[in-house]
Design a binder for this molecule. Structure first.
Ligand code: FES
Ligand SMILES: [Fe+2]
Length: 351
């Protein structure tokens, strides 16, 4: 179904206010995210163990106000309180002498990290819920402590695999993203790119991008770019031009079996790009919208469960994605280190 024991992008940090709660279904599981007044994010299963009310409908009380000296969510139904580790700290209806050990009542807690303004959540298999993360979520190289300059998010009506494969598919550009300023049918030409294994995935090694892409042209200077993919569905594109750098992060997160959220964020050092934000936002929405419309259209065919094809070389990255996933599943099930199945190779295609 979904990869487990791995970090998924949950939401932008700015979506979670200090002292606030936010609910979100991820991988078919309801989660409540909160942020303490100290700024620490946390995540719990969004179901009260008493009678099943979503905890996200309650309140986050913080040190002092909750009376228990630590941040806790209060369920709106009977006021049970759960701390940020998911341990029950109070049942208001108890009278003296009714000595239930409330600390034995627990809500599932999910490990959370906030890196470069991105909130990541570690989704383990229920059976391994108490295991500590084996790795860290991705950071944005060269942007220590900085948040994204721009973000757009969109929901695709498809399983995560089709969203990820659509994202790494090099052959759809001139068809799905055809436009006078980006790609035209006449701009199709042969490409050869070098690929190598990289952390939890693979990378198109640093190169000078082809001249038919508008985004690279507006950067000025001779840019180089490196694109990497890592499980479960994270694409990092780093562009260097002179002393400037732009990093694009695309995170694909399954909401459930049939819907997937794509969040695209850009980090940059060019003040000029900040001025152009409204225009960039329109381009980003247009782009994501074209991809969304295509995978949504694809669902019409997939309803009939056809056999699908993966061809050389333009679908090799999709093949790697399946292999990487299988290896991740096997490695986590066997409790052994992940062994990257990708080998260095040059791939050629026309796009
Ligand atoms: S349902 Fe949450 S306290 Fe009763
Ligand atoms: Fe696309």
């Amino acid at each position: 179904m979904f990869l487990r024991d791995i970090w998924y992008f949950a939401m932008p940090g700015e979506a979670l206010k200090s002292g606030g709660l936010a609910n979100k279904v991820l991988l078919g599981e309801p989660l409540v995210f909160g942020r303490t007044r100290q700024g620490e994010p946390f995540a719990l299963r969004d179901i009260c163990p008493h009678r099943g009310v979503p905890l996200s409908a309650g309140h986050l009380y913080d040190a002092g106000s909750s009376g228990c000296g630590e941040a806790a969510i209060e369920c709106p139904y009977h006021g049970w309180k759960f701390n940020t580790s998911g341990v029950c700290t109070e049942i208001p209806s108890l009278v003296p002498g009714q000595d239930i050990d409330v600390s034995r009542i627990r809500v599932r807690r999910y490990p959370v990290r906030e890196v470069n303004g991105n909130i990541w959540v570690y989704m383990t298999d229920e059976k391994r819920a108490d295991l500590a993360p084996t790795h860290e979520p991705p950071a944005i190289p060269g942007f220590d402590g900085k948040s994204a300059n721009i973000r757009e998010s969109m929901t695709f009506s498809c399983h995560v695999d089709h969203a990820v494969i659509g994202l790494m598919d090099p052959a759809h550009g001139p068809f799905v993203h055809r436009s006078w300023y980006w790609r035209t049918k006449a701009s199709i030409h042969e490409k050869a790119k070098n690929f190598a294994p990289s952390e939890m995935g693979f990378a198109m090694v640093e190169h000078t991008p082809s001249s038919n892409s508008f985004a690279y042209r507006i950067l000025g200077g001779k840019p180089t770019t490196e694109i990497s993919f890592r499980l479960p569905g994270i694409r990092l594109e780093r562009i260097h031009a002179g002393r400037h750098r732009v990093v694009g992060l695309t995170a694909v997160t399954p909401i459930d079996e049939t819907s997937t959220e794509i969040t695209q964020s850009f980090y940059w050092t060019l003040p000029l790009l900040s001025v152009a934000k409204p225009v960039l936002r329109r381009f980003m929405r247009a782009f994501l919208g074209q991809d969304r419309d295509m995978v949504n259209l694809q669902q019409q065919g997939l309803r009939f469960e056809p056999r699908l094809m993966l061809i050389n070389d333009s679908d090799v990255q999709a093949k790697w994605y399946h292999r990487l996933k299988n290896e991740w599943d096997e490695a986590t099930a066997q409790g052994r280190p992940f062994q990257n199945p990708v080998k260095p190779v040059t791939l050629r295609w026309r796009s």
